[in-house]
Write a protein that binds this ligand. Sequence first.
Ligand code: ZN
Length: 328
Amino acid sequence: MHRLVVSGTEAGPGEVRHGTVRVGNFADGTPLEIPFILMNGTKDGPVVYVEAACHGSEINGLEVIRRLVTQELDPGRLSGAFIFVPVTNVVAFNHRMGHTLFDQENMNRVWPGKQTGGMSERMAYHIWEDCIKQADYVIDLHTGNSTLVPHVVYMAGKARSREMAKVFGIEVLVQEEVDPAWKEKRFGGKLRNTADEAGKVAICPELGGNQRFEEPRIIEGVRGVLNVARWLVMIDGQVEYAQAYRVVQQAHLTQVKASKGGALIFRVKSGERVVKGQVLAQVYSPRDFSVLEEVASPMDGLVIMTADNPVVHTGELVAMMGAILEEF
Ligand SMILES: [Zn+2]
């Protein structure tokens, strides 16, 4: 039986236990600590780490974890263990923000953290050391804006990561190529990359929009984690795969931006397949309603998301694109 101890809290066989990772304190003395939930099975098996709200406004995963812990999973019938962190960036969560207010940091760019670093680095450091180091599998639950196509990010060239993403059961898989230049562009330090480099199998599901509980996305997230548990034979049952899959390339470098400021009228919807040169949106002048620009797709591919707010300035995001690599 796996001995499951995190920050001095131990969950025995068939037990669920709550504890906190201690990071420090706020100026007024309030402790800065991050709550976790341990669920230890009665039989041997892998350790799966599941976190949500590393970006504090991305909360669908919190509700996913609540349902898993209180309704779906039974430690008495579990092989292996789960370590759940429902609110990873507690500071950003309290401010209803994505990033940490006090250091202006994106916590998903600082993994595996730094013991003597800033607030976000220290939160990441203590979670990494106490929780993630003992996990074999990592599921980092995120969300995006309201138009984001639900998808699961996996690491390019890593068969287990890709299989885990497929098993999660969402139709769009995003293959993330680790670009050496990322670290300079501040795209490094993501949990999925860091966990992968540490020999763990990691995925990052993007489940719908921020600042809200979206029922269909929550259902997909619950099913996804249960599917992973079935795949790893931690629980009984068959994996429920998606009907069809589309594999697209990571969309960081394919942001489409407006050259003219104005108001956007979209000609396509998020999730639509488009060809190079196809008009994604028109920008019109709020002064005389003339069309100032037709924003065209720079590539064949899938529209991953569109701007939430139709008011754009020069240089602001209109849409994100992904190149379709494979369909099956
Ligand atoms: Zn996020």
